[in-house]
Ligand binder design. Structure first.
Ligand code: FE
Length: 368
């Protein structure tokens, strides 16, 4: 077959016509496809963005942000850092801050942010209906997203759970040289001390802290995981730590970490003492608040609402072995091993208020 491939002027014109028709068609197809891909097409156009300052750094968090963008079209930028520098940054940026949402761990940190006037109160029917009142700041400055229990852990081969009862009892001389816990410079311990101040007052709490320090097996060092490792290594018999650190070891892909975790028991203290010591195990939260000058306030609220949806609450439970804030969500199989417990939830909102006093008590008691 032969082909006269040299076009005549006429066929040029026809080709141009045909090409522009094709281009138009293709354009129309692309527009239609976009409409399908981002189903609420209009919403996509005005979905906007959301800027988060976060001191939570867990693998599951990245997945959560991606799911939110897929569901809403809202682009999310996350600045990660330690909470101190993030608060300082918010302070110095002032009303020019691009941040919409502050996510952090520990009610004490959220309280600090609120005290520094870095958060604004918001109302959301979804958040108020989903999150129990004790797990959110009454005016709406911040909301808990997950709960963590700070428990007593013990070496199964050297401690019987019957020997344990309360945090208060850890000051008993019978535990001399047997306890490990991280530094009091970490807010987890400051909040634990703050919870004791709330029930026992300053003097009794200081006496307790002195007794606890006297029972230390070694000067505090490392994080919660290091205390668990110390139990497994026989350096101490009892530790204070958050359960999710043990959860990570139990679910580890490394056999040696699972072996370590199997040596450790979890004891939920302060369960059934008849006095104030039966207030429940100390629990804390991870949480978030909308920043004072949030340029994307509505998107920030939408993200908070997304975080307490059943889908994401399951991720908190499965991804980091934390307890959901939304009632009725199944916890992970690892968490279920430890069973149900009574939590000192009412103390959470007040933990920040006693923080400065807690730091002074730890200092006077020599808890480095
Ligand atoms: Fe932690």
């Amino acid at each position: 077959m032969s082909c006269n491939c040299e076009p005549t002027p006429l066929s040029w014109a026809k080709m141009v016509q045909a090409r522009s028709l094709l281009a138009m068609l293709r354009g129309a197809l692309i527009v239609a496809a976009m409409g399908l891909a981002f189903a609420p097409g209009a919403a996509r156009a005005q979905a906007g963005e959301l800027n988060i300052y976060s001191s939570r750094h867990y693998d599951a968090d990245k997945e959560i942000v991606e799911r939110f963008t897929r569901a809403t079209g809202i682009r999310v930028n996350v600045v990660e850092g330690d909470v101190g520098p993030l608060l300082q940054r918010l302070r110095s940026e002032g009303r020019n801050s691009p941040a919409d949402l502050l996510i952090t761990v520990d009610a004490g940190n959220l309280w600090r942010a609120q005290e520094a006037d870095l958060l604004q109160p918001i109302r959301s029917a979804v958040l108020e209906a989903t999150i129990p009142a004790a797990l959110r700041e009454p005016a709406g400055h911040w909301f808990a997203l997950s709960q963590r229990a700070r428990v007593i852990m013990y070496a199964r081969d050297r401690v019987r759970p019957e020997e344990l009862s309360t945090y208060e009892a850890l000051a008993d001389p019978k535990f001399k040289g047997r306890i490990v816990v991280r530094s009091s410079s970490h807010i987890y311990n400051q909040s634990l001390i703050a919870s004791l101040i709330a029930t026992a007052g300053i003097e009794k709490t200081e006496l307790w802290a002195r007794g606890l320090v006297a029972n230390f097996a070694r000067p505090p060092r490392g994080g919660d995981t290091d205390q668990i490792l110390a139990l497994a290594a026989g350096e101490a018999d009892i530790a204070i730590a958050n359960t999710y650190y043990l959860g990570r070891l139990l679910a580890s892909t490394k056999q040696e970490e699972r072996t370590i975790a199997a040596k450790i028991g979890v004891f939920f203290p302060n369960q059934d003492a008849p006095d104030q010591n039966g207030r429940g195990t100390h629990v804390n939260i991870s949480g978030a608040g909308v920043t004072r000058f949030a340029p994307h306030r509505e998107q920030a609220i939408r993200f908070l609402e997304f975080l307490v949806s059943p889908e994401i609450q399951v991720l908190f439970a499965e991804g980091n072995f934390e307890y959901p804030v939304r009632p009725g969500i199944a916890t992970s199989a690892v968490i279920d091993l430890w069973g149900a417990f009574k939590a000192d939830t009412p103390a959470i909102v007040g933990l920040g208020r006693n923080n400065a006093e807690a730091v002074r008590i730890a200092d006077r008691a020599g808890w480095r």
